[in-house]
Write a protein that binds this ligand. Structure first.
Ligand SMILES: NC(=O)C1=CN([C@@H]2O[C@H](COP(=O)(O)OP(=O)(O)OC[C@H]3O[C@@H](n4cnc5c(N)ncnc54)[C@H](OP(=O)(O)O)[C@@H]3O)[C@@H](O)[C@H]2O)C=CC1
Ligand SMILES: Nc1nc(O)c(N)c(N[C@@H]2O[C@H](COP(=O)(O)O)[C@@H](O)[C@H]2O)n1
Length: 255
């Protein structure tokens, strides 16, 4: 694979997204028994080399990558498109963390790399942006900002979360045209249970799922147990075999 996989060009129209109507992609990698991590949330390598590279192409096709704070704490991910050739000089995606209580660990890898590799800023790295509740203390916000991250306080919903339906307006304010939501389980669940944006249009534009031919058994499901009622109807727009894995592109079917 020397360039963006053709099926992503054909079925992931992020290039035509606008700040006024940002494109929202929901994506994850799962086992055949629908697990995204092992016991206690331990990280599992599900994607083979081909689908992992495809995931990094997907990252580079979006303005931003979003995860929940638990994924940040458990996986300590890099959230870069670092598997792609550096010679392409592709702009790095903006890391966004949904973190209502601002539990953000200031020793996280995304912040450490931002602070210790100033020459890579804007090349392979962007400053971590943390979206928290507007009830977080100013002392805590200063602590995280002084450590080098940007903190964006927003109104929380009745569950104490960043409301999925309000994400488009948050992206609009941040001038981001697209976001790739990578998980984890709780974030995938609240977004899958929310059909529309505050303006009434469809929330999720694309859903891309890598299915790895393995069973995990005990582990973390793609959504938490007992949250599988009320999930949306889907239609498959494309499937692709990538090495050992199958990649499905679906859309929410509002009909
Ligand atoms: N295989 C894959 O593709 C992936 C696997 N994972 C795995 O997922 C696991 C983590 O998932 P999980 O524990 O569910 O945590 P999440 O990463 O989904 O984070 C959940 C937390 O995010 C905060 N939050 C803010 N807004 C929302 C919202 N709208 N909906 C949900 N949460 C919100 C809350 O923080 P607070 O509690 O502070 O209020 C919540 O508890 C890890 O084990 C990781 O390895 C993660 C990504 C991809
Ligand atoms: N596509 C995919 N395949 C897997 O097998 C995975 N375990 C994940 N996990 C997600 O990727 C993040 C790690 O990213 P970095 O490589 O550190 O940049 C992890 O936090 C999950 O969001 N994804």
């Amino acid at each position: 694979m020397t360039g963006v996989p053709q099926f992503l060009i054909d079925h992931l129209p992020t290039a035509s997204a606008t700040v006024e109507r940002p494109h929202i992609t929901l994506t994850w990698a799962q086992s055949l028994d629908s697990k995204i991590a092992g016991p206690g949330g331990s990280r599992v390598i599900l994607s083979g080399p081909e689908s992992m590279l495809m995931t990094h192409w997907m990252r580079s096709m979006h303005d931003s990558i979003l995860i929940g704070v638990n994924t940040l704490i458990l996986d300590n991910p890099r959230l870069q498109a670092n598997l792609l050739p550096p010679s392409l000089n592709l702009p790095p995606p903006q890391p966004l963390i949904l973190d209502p209580k601002l539990r953000f660990p200031i020793n996280s890898r995304i912040l450490n790399e931002w602070n210790t590799k100033p020459d890579q800023r804007g090349k392979t790295l962007r400053q971590p942006w943390i979206i928290c509740g507007d009830n977080v203390s100013s002392n805590r916000i200063s602590e995280v900002e002084n450590a080098g991250a940007r903190v964006i306080p927003v109104k929380l919903d009745k569950y104490g979360y960043i409301s999925p339906s309000s994400l488009p307006s948050i992206l609009y304010n941040l001038k981001l045209k697209s976001v790739m939501i990578e998980g984890g389980s709780k974030v995938l669940s609240t977004f899958l249970h929310t059909q529309s944006r505050d303006d009434g249009s469809k929330l999720i534009d694309s859903m891309i799922v890598t299915v790895a031919p393995m069973f995990i058994g005990e582990g973390i499901g793609f959504i938490p147990q007992n949250e599988d009622i009320g999930l949306p109807k889907l239609k498959t727009v494309h499937t692709e075999i990538m090495g050992k894995d199958a990649v499905m592109i679906c859309q929410v079917d509002l009909k």
